[in-house]
Design a protein around this ligand. Structure first.
Ligand code: PMP
Length: 296
């Protein structure tokens, strides 16, 4: 369906959005421009299924059908490029979405647009610890990719930008570092990469899992998942964000404390190079992470 032809009832705005869960997925263009590769679409759809399950929604389409629909969408657009793909599921029936009884069938739409990658030279960011606390598992679980969770992100991101920073980093109710509004947090201390565990109040991020694997297997550094104190970050040798939209985003300072050697540091730089090769289909070892789409 063409963008301008889409129709949805006006009452679909507002309350039904309470149930909306989604995925943000990137596709990366091969350097020769002949194909674009959806990155870990299976993992994204598996997470969408978990998010739907939590919302008492179910899909009327299989993973294979949604994957083929996405392929068809990209082919119909005829654009082989760096893309951002967003499948979004929501339930329109029920009591304004407030009460979930029996599981209901979700409506699902998928959109795509060109979003150029920031590789190979993303701009290092100045970040600040947010005065807003991260939502937690017993309030609104950050593990679920629910649209409503992004209200919390919006508060932190707006505060950071209005305060002259590029991004905010949330602490959880225990005062430990969690993540950014839309990306995971990593730091390097004593040559070891450290990132908060998925029980800290973060999304079960697909980039995070991929980065942990690549850091260990390809960059050759140790990765530890553990709680992180705010002030530890002030002494980090390197810091970076990781997420679909953000990709690998070097951090140059936090709360005004500059990373000593400048950003990106050597580990972040190496990771970015490996990651870009993987996502652009240049590492056969990781071919199973990619869904190839061509117009031939
Ligand atoms: N944390 C949050 C809050 C996010 O919105 C995202 C983006 N989906 C991430 C982390 C990164 O997750 P992923 O790597 O799966 O995109």
């Amino acid at each position: 369906m063409l963008w301008d032809d889409a129709k949805v009832h006006v009452t679909g705005i507002g309350w039904p959005a309470l149930t909306a869960v989604f995925e943000g997925v990137r596709a990366y263009k091969a350097r020769d421009g002949r194909a674009t590769y959806l990155f870990r679409y299976d993992a994204h759809l598996a997470r969408l299924w978990r998010s739907m399950r939590f919302m008492h929604l179910f899909s009327r389409w299989s993973v294979e059908e949604l994957t083929e629909a996405t392929r068809g969408l990209i082919e119909a657009n005829g654009v082989i490029d760096d893309l951002y793909v967003m499948p979004l599921a929501y339930g329109m029936s029920g009591n304004r979405g407030v009460t979930a009884m029996d599981a209901q069938p979700a409506d699902i739409y998928i959109t795509t647009r060109v979003v150029p990658s920031k590789f190979p030279d993303p701009k290092p960011e100045a970040v600040a610890v947010s005065s807003w606390t991260r939502i937690n598992d017993n309030i609104m679980p950050p593990r679920i990719k629910a649209v409503a969770n992004y209200l919390n992100s919006r508060f932190a991101q707006s505060e950071a930008r209005r305060g002259g920073y590029d991004s905010g980093v949330f602490l959880n109710t225990q005062g430990k570092v969690t993540e950014g509004g839309g990306e995971c947090f990593f730091m390097v201390r004593d040559g070891v990469v450290v990132t908060p565990p998925t029980t800290a109040g973060i999304l079960e991020s697909i980039t995070r899992a991929s980065v942990i694997e690549l850091l260990q297997a390809e960059v050759g550094v140790k990765v530890v998942e553990r709680e992180i104190d705010r002030t530890e970050t002030y002494f980090a040798e390197e810091m970076f964000f990781a997420g679909t939209m953000h990709e690998i985003g070097p951090i140059r300072s936090i709360d005004g404390f500059e990373v000593p050697g400048g950003a990106p540091g050597p580990i972040t730089r190496k990771l970015m190079q490996v990651f870009e090769r993987v996502v652009r289909g240049e590492e056969a070892k990781y071919a199973s992470w990619l869904t190839k789409i061509t117009l031939d």
